[in-house]
Ligand binder design. Structure first.
Ligand code: CTP
Ligand code: CA
Length: 226
């Protein structure tokens, strides 16, 4: 009822969102992960439903309630996130990849808790699949939006990622900036296109960032498919 006045401009569109961190287990009680809260992705899913979309949210471990009306697929590892996301990718029109996917996983995760040994320890890590790049390789009609957090050369690095992953645009943010990035309720992002063209958005709530990015993604979708 809260959204009765929201224009349903995403009606008939299927929006796939990835969110949260992934966990890469070393043994049954230890993992490599990151502090992603999932708030940005959950906000995108919530606003997309409010605008009439069919929404699938593939999320790593977060402590947020599923927005009502969203199909939530809970995963832990990057490989599980890839498998879940790819299982719905075929039906998706817009993809928003907010997940902070761990870049590596243990080469040989142990089934038993590892006891400490004398001296230093070395963990052998192998690269995880790049979910957004995999989608970009068979993009067709779809619009793909990524997120990137950079500490330096942000626009240049984000544009490079957009090109490599065949994303339509990347929303760039910086960890150090107040009111931006991990955990908070606000975000300050710059939209970066593959060309390197960029547009800095003012600091706003993650909900407002979600609205604006969905509008930009829908515009790109209409342009591509008309
Ligand atoms: N991404 C993904 N799968 C991965 C890594 C990243 O789908 N294995 C997506 C993220 O969800 C995000 C975008 O790619 O939308 C950019 O993530 P980022 O970590 O900045 O990109 P990387 O290619 O991993 O670059 P870096 O080496 O800087 O971490
Ligand atoms: Ca990464």
């Amino acid at each position: 009822a809260r959204d009765v006045l929201t224009p349903k401009d995403l009606a008939g569109r299927h929006v796939l969102v990835t969110a949260g961190p992934t966990r890469e287990y070393l043994d049954p009680v230890r993992f490599v992960s990151n502090p992603s809260s999932g708030k940005m992705g959950f906000a995108v899913a919530e606003r997309a439903v409010a605008r009439g979309a069919l929404v699938t949210l593939v999320s790593g471990p977060v402590s947020l309630p599923a927005p009502s009306g969203v199909t939530l697929m809970n995963v832990e590892s990057a490989v599980q996130m890839r498998d879940a996301a790819m299982s719905v990718f075929g039906a998706a029109d817009l993809v928003v990849a907010t997940a902070a996917v761990a870049d590596y996983r243990a080469a040989e995760p142990s089934n038993e808790k590892q006891a400490k040994t004398q001296g230093d320890a070395v963990i052998h890590l192998v690269p995880n699949p790049d979910i957004l790049a995999e989608m970009g390789a068979s993009k067709e009609r779809r619009v793909l939006v990524g997120f990137a957090m950079e500490t330096h050369a942000g626009v240049e690095r984000a544009a490079g990622k957009a090109r490599r992953k065949n994303a339509d645009f990347i929303l760039l943010n910086y960890p150090a900036r107040e009111g931006s990035g991990f955990g908070g309720d606000d975000n300050e992002v710059t939209l970066v296109r593959p060309s390197g063209e960029s547009e800095a958005w003012p600091r706003m709530s993650k909900r407002a960032v979600a609205e604006r990015l969905l509008t930009a993604a829908l515009e790109a979708y209409i342009q591509r498919n008309s």
